[in-house]
Design a binder for this molecule. Structure first.
Ligand code: S3P
Length: 163
């Protein structure tokens, strides 16, 4: 099987949870750009941001995306800010595999991310960050899957149909 599926979306949209569930359900490896970055840097995300700035993190994230895409079959989960970089948008738009945008309502994102500690960009003004990014998310995806109020099992089933 030569299958690949990419999940994108804002922080708290469910990329990590659903990629894990989908990988398990299909016996496919899961690659998460955040995980690849932290493994490669030997530092948690907060520390990469404080030592190298967001620019340093984005450079690492771009390489992680390219690396993840060399792996087939795989389910690929991306960091919420991947679409802020033109080079990543270009890569995502050039893919012929499903690039699924997961969405969630602001209230749901707030609920899911309550108590999060390793997300340096999840600050008080996150709704404006989300608003600023929305056009980039839709431009980078070829499918959209709303997740608010839906069970993980139901969402996995929908993703199976896309696969
Ligand atoms: C970020 C989202 C995070 C992580 C980093 C930056 C963002 O990933 O890549 O903290 O800019 O939205 P998740 O979307 O998995 O939380």
């Amino acid at each position: 099987m030569n299958y690949q599926l990419v999940l994108i979306g804002f922080m708290g949209a469910g990329k990590t949870t659903l990629s894990q569930a989908l990988g398990r359900a299909n016996g496919l490896p899961v690659l998460d750009t955040d995980e690849l970055v932290t493994q490669q840097a030997h530092m948690p995300i907060n520390e990469i941001f404080s030592q190298e700035g967001e620019a340093g993190f984005r450079q690492r994230e771009h390489l992680a995306l390219l690396h993840a895409l060399t792996s087939k079959p795989a389910i690929i989960a991306t960091g919420g800010g991947i679409i802020t970089q033109a080079n990543n948008r270009q890569v995502l738009q050039s893919l012929t595999v499903p690039v699924v945008l997961l969405t969630a309502s602001p209230a749901e994102i707030k609920r899911r991310l309550a108590g999060t500690t390793d997300r340096p960009l999840f600050k008080k003004d996150w709704p404006s960050l989300m608003a600023k990014r929305n056009g980039w998310y839709t431009a980078s995806a070829n499918r959209v899957l709303p997740t608010t109020g839906r069970a993980i099992s139901e969402l996995v089933q929908e993703l199976q149909h896309i696969m």
